[in-house]
Write a protein of this length. Structure first.
Length: 426
């Protein structure tokens, strides 16, 4: 198949999980026809880079997630700028907004998430309002701001802070309102969040935390608890996102908060797989089912799906939440779950918190300067080793934890564990 009658593989979405799927398929099946359908009209790009585009630290060419010839080299047909409106699992077809019905043998749903905008009095009448979720929303925001703009951002999570970083040098002021009492509430503990907030305040960003907007009156937002009236020119809604699950849910597929997938990235529908931000899966540390909406997980799940879609039975069971974020001169790395005993050091610049129990490392939060002073080793240095220890559930008594907790290094591992970490190389 590979024409109007259908394709062997159809992929909905064109981002990290979709690219992982293509590359997973092509590891096994170099010939089967692949069609990518996405409602965004663009070549695949790194979504986390949209703030750097506004900042001028990258451009449209450099933010591409794969080179220009990616589709051609992988034998992928694209149908971009068109949404899929329905999956018919019994017929093995999808319907698109331009009226086509396309058959598949195996289907990937990698639809990501969409911004959640809570109802707020008067919001409809606010003229200059934006979300910060994709390339088009970033470009639109970039057009709207000037050096005279006072920007109000609702939501001080990853997306809101990334947005602030992208625009801070191009506007007069940035003010945050968030219901949570701290920044990055889903990623950081209180003390780490306080460090980041202080860093942001130092560059002139204002915060109203533990509060929310009660109502808008034109370009004035009135806060619910404090009653302050905040005047703004541009509003950014970064309250949160919801996994885009409608296609699978409407087709009868199992969903919780997100699409339910197993360790092969298969959904409950026959021959339908799902990966990335639209899915929930098992956290390798806690065993809980959760949405782990980060780019590396989207790619890995997509790759896993691709291998299975191409006929090889392969399970990936090592997903953990992790984040690598750079903000205003600080670098934050976090992974796993913040449970168990705590090992903590903080010299004012380098913050290191490790969480462990039952002879296993469960998680970490590391913060250091993006550009450390000469000779200084930042807390996040070689953090990939911690990530591997968590992911692989390596027993702490098989390594020198006292050595490694202050600085991850291979010397702390037994020869066998070093081999495991390095995939056989010692
Ligand atoms: C501002 C920002 C900063 C971020 N920073 C980081 C970071 O520092 N580190 C990190 O790991 N992650 C970060 N993320 C998260 C990361 O971008 C996502 O985890 C990743 O992009 C998920 O990939 P995905 O393929 O699952 O979905 P997405 O990238 O969301 O792509 C899904 C695609 O499917 C399309 N689609 C949806 N429905 C349909 C339909 N019905 N028909 C056709 N197409 C459809 C969407 O338009 C979209 O193009 C950030 C995200 C944002 C927005």
């Amino acid at each position: 198949m590979g024409n109007n009658s259908g394709y062997k593989y159809v992929i909905i979405g064109n981002s990290a999980a979709a690219v992982g799927t293509v590359e997973g398929i092509r590891r096994i099946d170099t010939a089967g026809s692949i069609l990518i359908i996405s409602d965004e009209p663009h070549h695949t790009y790194g979504r986390p880079l949209i703030s750097y585009l506004l900042l001028g630290k990258t451009d449209r060419q450099r933010m591409k997630y794969r080179p220009d010839d990616f589709y051609e080299k992988n034998g992928v047909t694209t149908k971009l700028g068109v949404a899929v409106t329905k999956i018919n699992p019994d017929e093995h077809t999808v319907e698109t907004a331009d009226g086509e019905t396309i058959a598949y043998e195996k289907l990937m749903v990698s639809t990501g998430s969409n911004p959640f905008v809570p109802p707020m009095d008067g919001l409809d009448a606010v003229a200059n309002k934006f979300t910060f979720q994709n390339l088009d929303s970033a470009l639109a925001l970039g057009e709207a701001i000037t050096s005279e703009s006072d920007v109000l951002i609702i939501g001080a999570g990853l997306i809101g802070l990334k947005c602030a970083e992208g625009i801070i040098d191009r506007v007069r002021s940035v003010t945050f309102v968030d219901m949570a009492p701290k920044v990055l509430p889903s990623i950081l503990e209180d003390d780490a969040a306080a460090i980041i907030k202080a860093q942001l305040e130092a560059v002139g960003i204002n915060f109203y935390l533990g509060d929310s907007v009660g109502s808008f009156d034109g370009n004035v937002a009135t806060l619910k608890n404090g009653g302050e009236k905040l005047t703004f020119d541009v509003l950014v809604l970064a309250v949160g996102v919801r996994p885009s699950i409608a296609l699978v849910k409407d087709a009868g597929g199992a969903c919780g908060r997100a699409i339910t997938v197993d360790s092969r990235s298969a959904t409950s529908l026959p021959d339908v797989y799902a990966a990335g931000d639209c899915t929930e899966s098992r956290d390798a540390v806690t065993g809980d089912t959760k949405v782990m909406a980060i780019l590396p997980n989207a790619y890995l799940q997509g790759e896993t799906a691709g291998i299975n879609m191409a006929g090889v039975n392969y399970a990936f069971e090592k997903l953990i939440p992790c984040n690598a974020i750079g903000f205003f001169g600080k670098h934050i790395l976090s992974a796993g779950s913040y449970t168990g005993d705590v090992y903590f050091t903080n010299d004012g610049t380098n913050y290191r918190k490790l969480f462990y129990s039952d002879n296993r490392l469960n998680g970490f939060i590391l913060i250091g300067d993006k550009h450390p002073k000469d000779g200084e080793i930042p807390a996040y240095d070689r953090a990939g080793i911690y990530t591997r220890i968590i992911r692989e559930r390596i027993p702490l008594d098989s390594l020198d934890f006292e050595l490694i907790r202050d600085r991850p290094g291979l010397a702390a591992f037994s020869r066998a564990a070093r081999g495991e970490l390095l995939g056989g190389e010692q």
